[in-house]
Design a protein. Structure first.
Length: 241
């Protein structure tokens, strides 16, 4: 914790860049984290004590300068305002968030290695990020790691966790991969899971399930009507008791 005078000397997020302006290597680096964000908007629709940032600069005081951020592909903070002061954030500065530590960070490995397994892991260790998720579907053999890894900070050191989807009790969510559809194209996607290991469905999937249930009910009603007709009854004019 910094002294009050030093805290007051720190720049505000209005003065700091919102990202590092580094182009992403592929569209999934923005798409997949946003899928997780949209799911959270549904899962935690009645909660206002969380924030999920995508490709946003995180300013902190554990590095060479509070003006040098780390920019995760995505991160989750609990115990903060959903909208800071009723407005959207431009960036995330720990000294403006009551020093709330991000509880989860997601990094997606791209064609150009970005220090996900060393430099960034060291930064997140110093920041005290509890869960560090590395998603590496294409270059995991190159990097000699698994395609999907969840690390938990234990006694100041990240320990690789076992199991997928992996349940994070401190968050109340699990995280893992599944084969789904994105804009009509089959693709591996990331998702949140409940404690029983069931995947939270997207809004499109929920709507599809509702349509399926409605169609099944219609078919059952039609079958019942046909059965009643076979017995000589008019399903539209049944005798009342």
């Amino acid at each position: 914790m910094l002294s009050k005078d030093l805290k007051n000397a720190l720049p505000s997020t209005e003065e700091l860049p919102c990202s590092d302006d580094t182009p992403v290597d592929n569209e999934d680096q923005n798409f997949l984290p946003n899928v997780l964000l949209f799911l959270l908007n549904s899962i935690w629709a009645n909660r206002t004590d969380w924030y999920f940032g995508v490709d946003m600069a995180v300013y902190h005081t554990t590095g060479v300068s509070p003006k040098v951020p780390v920019v995760p592909d995505a991160f989750l903070s609990l115990g903060v305002e959903r909208k800071k002061g009723g407005k959207s954030r431009r960036s995330y500065a720990v000294w403006e968030e009551n020093w709330v530590v991000r509880i989860l960070v997601l990094e997606m490995v791209s064609h150009t290695p970005g220090g996900e397994y060393d430099e960034k892991m060291d930064i997140y260790t110093k920041l005290g990020v509890l869960y560090y998720v590395i998603y590496n579907p294409e270059f995991w053999r190159r990097d000699q790691h698994q395609p999907f890894e969840v690390y938990k900070l234990v006694d100041g050191e990240y320990k690789l966790q076992i199991g997928e989807p992996y349940w994070m009790s401190e968050i109340g969510l699990g995280i893992g991969r599944y084969q789904g559809m994105a804009a009509g194209i089959p693709q591996e996607l990331l998702a949140w899971y409940n404690e029983m290991g069931a995947r939270y469905l997207t809004g499109e999937e929920q709507a599809q399930q509702e349509r399926l249930r409605a169609e099944q009910e219609r078919l059952r009603a039609e079958q019942l009507a046909q059965y009643l007709r076979s017995l000589g009854f008019d399903p539209n004019n049944l005798p009342s008791e």
